[in-house]
Design a protein around this ligand. Sequence first.
Ligand SMILES: Cc1ncc(COP(=O)(O)O)c(C=O)c1O
Length: 372
Amino acid sequence: MTYPIEKSTGFGFFRGRVALACALKALNVGPGDMVAVQAFTCSALAEAILSIDAVPLWIDITADGYTMDAGDLEKKLSQASNVKALIVQHTYGFAADMDALMGVAAKYHLPVIEDCCHTLFTRWGGKQVGRFGVAAFYSFEAGKPLVAGLGGWLRVNNPHLYEKVAELHKQYEQPGLFEQVRTLAMFIAYSILYRPSTFWAIKRVFRMLAKYGIVRGNYNTVEVDDAASTPTLDLSDFTKGLGHLQEKTVFLRQRAAERSISHRNRAAAAYARNFPLRHDARAENVVLKYPVLVPKKEATLKQAEENSIELSDNYSTPVHPYEGRELEMARYVMGSCPNAEKKANHVVALPCPVSFNDKAITKSIAFLRSQI
Ligand SMILES: Cc1ncc(COP(=O)(O)O)c(C=O)c1O
């Protein structure tokens, strides 16, 4: 198996979003330019695009899946004039239709950056994702395929772009020792404590610690000042590289991430038998989480918590967890991506972790069956 994270092709960053912002800068995407990106994603993508004063162009996902719809992409590109790049996300580890999306990108001369934050080893048509576009970015925060506390990586496939990123990367500062040790402590605590049965308890403690600034939360706060016309983002992370301690963790963990593939696939196969999704024969997915649509999402999540059954709400809005004015800030117009909006209202995602035995998988399946 070839590893996607290699020093010879990439660079470390403080988080995945910081890696993406650097890739956009290296592609000369600047103020006022548009970047096409799928709705049904995390606010990190909006942050990265807004951090360079560019504007997201939100593209819908397919009606029967969770990755970008090439038809909607083509339609929106034909109506926009200053789109400079396309980000393709392999949501939950399901490969996006790279044949169709690369075809549209080529037609509009758009460089493609792949969002591989949910997968390291998924393949499309026999080729590992992350190798289709000019670059791909990865995230190492909790809940991702390779956890190092926090962190991000930019893999660069194009030699000319590599030179530009190498030049830019020199300006990124090492996080201070306190921050690196705190991130390492988060990683160690997560590794010791996390099991699907402890998911909700960890989540509650993590949220409380994040509230008091003791650990870094997944989502940066957005200051919503009623007097200001738009909310403001804290962009202080966007000048930082990957800490040395985190980089060491990443390279130690990549082999373990590879060994986890069979565990993840076993859980995903059991879920697929019970909650089938359309499968494309070109995709060999390594699934991080398995999505299921439920009629009453809030009630299902509440009951899962009461029963200590791991279930995530990702994504709960088209640009999770943004709502209202935050969505406006991200230039998301409600109604513009109906598939993403519908799925955000109804999706819950089952975990596919290493520490899941058959009994736990069966219990999760029985619980979700009772919710449909
Ligand atoms: C699809 C996707 N892309 C990017 C990110 C951002 O990663 P990071 O938090 O390392 O910036 C996330 C994080 O949740 C994500 O789910």
